[in-house]
Ligand binder design. Sequence first.
Ligand code: 13P
Length: 256
Amino acid sequence: MARRPIIAGNWKMHNNKAQAKELIDGIMYGVSQLDASKMPEVVVAPTYTALWQVYDLIKNEPKIALSAQNVNPNPSGAYTGEVSLDMLADFNVKFVIIGHSERRQMFGETDEFINQKAVAILEKGLIPIICCGETLEQREAGVTDAHLEEQITKALKGISADDVKKSVIAYEPIWAIGTGKSCDAVEANRTIGEIRKVVAKLYSADVADAIRILYGGSVKPSTIVEQMAQPEIDGGLIGGASLQADSFVDLIKGAM
Ligand code: 13P
């Protein structure tokens, strides 16, 4: 089955109002020049404070979809500083990034909390982009595949096969994030193939064939073509290179 590629820009904690406008204007101009029938699914994940503005600017641009960088799985209540799915749905948010290593490492998010988010996101009809990835120590110790199996198994707990088919996984080796040192494309392909086998073991070959699995970690215009040529890699989750319209549009072109 052909899986539609995704190029997703994770803006992380970057871009005030003016910067967000400049970036999305540049991306919109770039994608207006591209043939929609050949394009990957293009996703931008601004900060919460820029969501409304970006939503408003892209609302008539079907070539760009909106993602949030996080969500709280509870419907509402006394959760100071948090944002609910209902609030995200107001802005036509289609995807939500969960389980990013920055949230796991800096904000203590557990596999169980990430699973709660995945369940809530799918219940609301949005799509989780479930991040997983190993540290350098884990890779050097040869436990990468076992670690990813544990992260994926826990993240998908209690989720139906149909919902898993719609979901997205992003394999982001922690040592490759923001370091400029992208994982070798062949090795990223192998690792993503292992993640797909985990999904096949938990569900079926059919589900594993449907779920889209992205690679993230120092993806650049100079690496994307080789990465996209790998059969297991369904696209990229991109940090640094998504912050300039030119390079983000080059990444989109590299996935066409
Ligand atoms: P970089 O592309 O800056 O390495 O970031 C990757 C990432 O963490 C995307 O979520």
